[in-house]
Design a protein around this ligand. Sequence first.
Ligand code: TH1
Length: 833
Amino acid sequence: MGRVTDTHAAPTPSSFAEEFLDELHFELGVSRETASPTDLYVALARAVRRHLVEGWFDTLSTQLGGDSKFVAYLSAEYLLGRQLENALLATGLTEVARDALDGLGLSLDELSEQEVEPGLGNGGLGRLAACFIDSLATMDVPAVGYGIRYEYGIFRQTFVDGRQVEQADDWLALGSPWEIPHPEMAVTVGFGGHTEEPAGTGEGTADGAPGPDARQWVPGWTVEAVPYNYLVPGYGTRNVNTLRLWSARATKAFNLEIFNSGDYEAAVRGQTYAENISKVLYPEDSTPQGKELRLQQQYFFVAASLADTIARALGDGDLHALPDRVVFQLNDTHPVIAIPEMMRLLVDVHGLGWDEAWDLTRRSFNYTCHTLLPEALEIWSVDLLGRLLPRHLEIIYRINEEFLASLRDSGGNELQVRRMSIIQEQPERAVRMAYLATVGSTKVNGVAALHSQLLRDAVLHDFSDLWPEKFTNVTNGITPRRFVRLANPGLSALLDETVGTGWVKDLDQLRGLEAHAEDPEFRRGFRDVKAANKQRLVDLLATRDGLHLPTDALYDVMVKRLHEYKRQMLKVLHVVTLYDQVRSGALDPADVTPRVVVFGAKAAPGYRMAKDIIALVNAVAATIDADPALAGRLQIAFPANYNVTLAEKLIPAADLSEQISLAGKEASGTGNMKFALNGALTIGTLDGANVEIRDLVGDDNFFLFGMTEPEAEALGQAGYDPGSFYEQDPALKSAIDLIASGAFSHGDPTAFESIVSDLLWKDRFMVLADYRAYLDAQSRVEAAYADPDAWTRSAILNVARSGFFSSDRSIRDYLDRIWHAPAVPARSNGLRD
Ligand code: TH1
């Protein structure tokens, strides 16, 4: 027997050190002396991964052995963050690994820093998917996450003269120890071509005849989808679930004939085209890029995942059992092409009749909508769809025909029929993917209470009238493992001491903290944790970004994608106003609460206004820094390349959480939850999940401001005139004038003209209308912060009352309201028994 790890015995530092060196020597082929830091990290990751495999096998055999139902989560994005520390936490090996490495003269913390996070998502939607698969694994729910293994994830952001510059995220360059590729299990995915009458000898029905509704799709070209498995360990359970990401590979590696003829370029051209499909994540947040490649990506991963799912759920079993064996969750509209794909599989490939296939499909799918912005609702032109997926377009037409006929039958008028058609006619014929998802699903959910209500009342109003029982809400959540236990070890230790360790799996236990909010000793401990987290952040930003920041200041943090609806501009106007007032002598610098305003934000590369706002933030930061007037009292820190890794350091250090979107625009937000759970107070509008946060933590512990959704809606209807707000508020006028004067652009008044004129003439997200209320709320923040005891009490209550925002609770809601898939704890099967 070779040097097989005996995972039955609990690992010790010395056995773990041996495994680590095994990996380094025999798998990576480097010696301890010549190993680079990356080598050491990779060897460590692989040594840890060994301890997940047995639980993974047990999980697979338990789940596949019985007749349990499983959740297939279809998502174009998974924003995973670093894997090593999470795997150590799940396996309980953190201290063993630390000691083992110490013994070798190495540092666990230093090696952890080598890991490049897999940034396979843009923002909240992708991070939500990552939190959900963590909770599913922790709760022993049979589940597979399906997605795309982008070769390049979300771009790396740098600043050049304060402007965003994007660099490719080659996260795979130094190896990827967490994935297990299975090229032998590749699935062929077709594109293009045409449809025709089926031949009588297809796979078809049992007797080989095609079903009555079948057509034959003859694709014009194909690619292979190669699965890469990622292990998703549950916390405090044997269960290890699977995340299966697909990578595109050319069907014929290259055309040997052409290659031999000497035309090397032509030989690889086809390969390059095919493999481009999983090359890069679309760096758009909230707005879909209407690009052919994006549709290719969507169909690519969906087709592979459905083939995989059906094989897994049914084997050779009965297709009619499908809805009892698997439930698909569509993460926004990106995977909605799965609905016609399922119909194609059932009708064309398996020979079922249309009605039966439609019934099975509808019973198997559910759809989560994550937005309200009209520009974010995906549509695909009939032209493009017909070219890329001709059979799917035929199926969509028939779904629509039957749906519209049923509407007419039940007395729907022609106007209503047109409004609800899955096919829009103007300005071009196109498929409305959200409508297709709604018609083809059992349940449709929004991601926060307000959002779900607005879906019913506005975006999908007709559908909710027709099928009220179809609509439900599942408020988003975040995993306490990553966002408290790992990100905030100081707070975690305090929680363990105070309420026991059960909170990590049962976040409602944080309620037990309330009793301690008045205890001076506990408050001191809590404040010490916050201070230590600030120190940790200050140290990090000094080495990472060369920033010099004080620790004894209010940390006011706004981190999220840069988007006008999120209103980073409102925060900028607040800072500019303070600066302006000090400069003009209206405000004594001694009266300014020492404050560090932290921004973190990536802008979509093609989003001009967002990039201009980034440049403005950096310009204001530099100007304030260079001016002695505010020295040590007000500073902006804008570290580049905000990502999950940085979030884990920033959020625990925050005092104030900025959640200031225009009411009715942010579907949920999830950063808002992370801050509250880490003891920051929120300044926010009644938008998304802010509403629920405020309800839970209490009005006294939340700085509310701004218009409500109906008020904003009414103002828009009445004809919003931002100029009138500018004219009527001298502080606002002066702040905008200061930007327009070139004060932040070396005297160049044109630098931020686009921002200024947009604010004055358009201001789609009503920044100016909420400015005064926001400044007043910031004054309340300052007053509250001046009383450290009261502030700490509020912060403690934020933590104590945020248990609801665990993604475990979200998953419980999905299970109860939508999935009805019972937990199945993995049984030990004994890898080597
Ligand atoms: C985000 C929402 O903006 C955010 O409010 C929510 O908390 C999060 O999803 C999770 O539910 C969205 N991200 C995207 C990304 C794309 C398209 C639509 C949305 S909505 C590409």
